[in-house]
Ligand binder design. Sequence first.
Ligand code: HEC
Length: 240
Amino acid sequence: MITVLVLVLSALACKHDPILNGGIDPTDTLPDPPGNPGGNPVTGVPCDPDSVYFQNQILPILISNCTESGCHNAVDKEDGVVLSSYAGLMSTVEHVTDPNWGENKLMRALLDDDPDDRMPYGKAPLSQEQINLIGTWIQQGAKNNSCNENQGACETAGVKYSAFVQPLVQARCQGCHSGSAPQGGVNLSTYAGVKTYAQNGKLYAAVTRSVNWMPNGGARLDDCTLDKLKAWIDAGAPEN
Ligand code: HEC
């Protein structure tokens, strides 16, 4: 893992140098589950901390930051690019499996120095951590893999804003719900914003709707995540 990280970091520091694919296990590629756009971590494979999982980690970043109205969703297809599914990414972004960042159109768009060309367009760049995660996923073979984050029991006692809710909202919601024109007028970029929608009931309602649930266009949050979110809201949505 350390070798992979070093490779990623050095590749990012010098983005036009080719780097070697780490040659990691190509077996756990899964199709999108039918009727479940974007897929859910429904398989029994426990998450390996050394692997990056498309359905659990990469697709949520793309959905949250790239697929809002007018952008790279299956309807608007800005520039012919669809980033709301694995199939869309693979068929509409050139060289997306290429571990040479100079060739890889996804990494080029994320790393471009020119704000007019860099993605997400008109917004802050993705964090270094998110870009590194995408880079590692490509180096590991750019597979359509997923894992089950909740092997064993679902622990809903003592759910923390800092350790659970904030990272969840940041990863799955803030791409659309932050900035000067947040989607639906809902700003979830601060604790105060999240608390408002937690306490008026709209947050939990939005993630549990039977159609058009949030994250918009993405997979439903899994049951354990929903239970933890509800436990935190029921506890008064504390800033803990
Ligand atoms: C791809 C963009 C996108 C993502 C990602 C996204 N949303 Fe939304 N959200 C929207 C849009 C567009 C609306 C307004 C239309 C609607 O309500 O469906 C909205 C509306 C909402 C509303 C208001 C619903 C109401 O009853 O008025 C809430 C609350 C919300 N989102 C929460 C979330 C949460 C929580 C997440 C993350 C788990 C999330 N959203 C992820 C685009 C997004």
